[in-house]
Design a protein around this ligand. Structure first.
Ligand SMILES: [Cu+2]
Length: 255
């Protein structure tokens, strides 16, 4: 019976390893990254996954070996030990070293995403405002600055130029939300009372799904939007058209 238990642990281990190995080829994985920050984020994700996988394989192998060995010995109480200072220090220090290593390894990526001073010249800037339960956006108008007369507001859809840096400032009007665009690998809490900035470049034009990733109340499930990245000419045309519509209060569209 205990031999069967040991074999089941080995089978579980093998099943998990096989599942992870074949997942990317079957599309059971993250969607293809579409932003400048996606590559370093994916590299971190893969690196951490390898570390976790190594730990998992080691623990499961030890567990199945212990169960297998226990099955061969005489039935009765298992021999237990505790209070082995050297062993406890060793596993605490080794796990601590792994965590500290990960913390340092992710620092450059964290800084690259968040430091607006590292942002190249040009590009676009926009404000993201989260509230229960929707996303609103303010795009810098012709003057390229936010918080001025010519800002263009939209609901649910953020429009940005593809291939250029985009600086976002995120605010919340009520509770904590989370701005999550899986294909861009951007997931940032939006905290009331704070203006949080981050920047990235979307490499491929396209429409990317935006969801709220922080349980924020009754309508959380419906708090969706999209990020639309378009070529620079299309972006300029969009800004010009929206500015005209705003100045005429939509009368142009109604005719
Ligand atoms: Cu929310």
């Amino acid at each position: 019976m205990r031999h069967i238990a040991a074999l089941l642990v080995v089978a579980l281990l093998a099943a998990v390893v096989v599942f992870f190995a074949i997942s990317p080829a079957h599309g059971w994985w993250l969607p293809a990254g579409a932003s400048s920050i996606a590559h370093p984020i994916d590299a971190l994700f893969d690196g951490i996954l390898v570390v976790i996988a190594a730990g998992f394989v080691l623990v499961m192998a030890l567990l199945s070996w212990a169960v297998w060995r226990g099955a061969r010995s005489q039935p009765g109480r298992a021999r237990t030990t505790h209070g082995h200072l050297g062993l406890e220090l060793a596993w605490t220090a080794s796990i601590g070293a792994v965590l500290v290593g990960i913390a340092f390894a992710q620092l450059p990526t964290w800084a690259a995403l968040r430091d607006p001073r590292a942002m190249p010249e040009g590009g676009a800037t926009a404000m993201v405002v989260a509230h229960q339960w929707a996303w609103r956006f303010a795009h810098a108008g012709d003057d390229g600055k936010l918080g001025t007369e010519d800002d263009l507001e939209t609901a649910s859809e953020l429009v940005v130029p593809a291939g250029e840096p985009v600086l976002l400032t995120l605010r919340s009007r009520d509770v904590i939300h989370s701005f999550f665009v899986p294909e861009l690998r951007i997931k940032q809490d939006v905290v009331p009372g704070r203006a949080i900035s981050l920047w990235f470049t979307i490499e491929r034009p396209g429409t990317y799904e935006l969801v709220c990733a922080e349980l924020c109340g009754f309508g959380h499930y419906a708090m969706a939007g999209r990020v639309r990245a378009v070529a620079r000419t299309e972006y300029d045309a969009w800004i010009a058209e929206r500015s005209r519509a705003r100045l005429t209060n939509g009368a142009e569209d109604a005719r």
